[in-house]
Design a protein around this ligand. Structure first.
Ligand SMILES: [Zn+2]
Length: 146
């Protein structure tokens, strides 16, 4: 009973509210899906297990958006303040679409495919309701810095 509820978009957002990025891994063939799925697309298996992910990945593609949906306009984005959304190749394999943070959306030519990214969770407010948004930002040369 509890299992199928864990594999909905609402549940995925619930984990993000807890600042966790999760996927579901197939108990039969090992395929991993993000957001979690209740059914394996590779082998049709139903033994799916939730797995918390590292949040590491690389930038696979992106778009700078200046004609923004109303929810983003409420956050102050628009023609004069575009934002970036991208596709991230997660270290664990799956790709996920997410907002990009800490990159200059007004200079998309400086954003490089293949940039190492790290998930971050950003607090936002929508019509008075607090929400946590999954974002990805540069992995901040933490390892290479001396
Ligand atoms: Zn499978």
């Amino acid at each position: 009973m509890a299992t199928s509820n864990e594999f909905t978009v609402g549940a995925f957002q619930g984990f993000i509210d807890q600042r966790k990025l999760v996927g579901s891994r197939c108990g039969q063939c090992g395929a991993l899906f993000v957001p979690p799925r209740a059914l394996c697309h590779k082998c049709q298996g139903t033994q799916m297990n939730l797995e918390e992910l590292s949040g590491r990945g690389t930038l696979a593609g992106f778009t700078s958006i200046s004609i923004v949906p109303s929810a983003m306009a409420q956050e102050g984005y628009g023609r004069d303040k575009p934002y970036l959304t991208g596709v991230v190749a997660l270290a664990e394999g799956p790709h996920i679409a997410a907002r990009l943070a800490d990159m200059d959306a007004s200079k998309p030519q400086e954003v490089k495919i293949g940039t190492s990214l790290q998930a971050a969770f950003q607090d936002t407010e929508h019509e008075g309701q607090r929400r946590v948004v999954l974002t990805f930002g540069p992995a901040a040369q933490r390892k290479s810095r001396r």
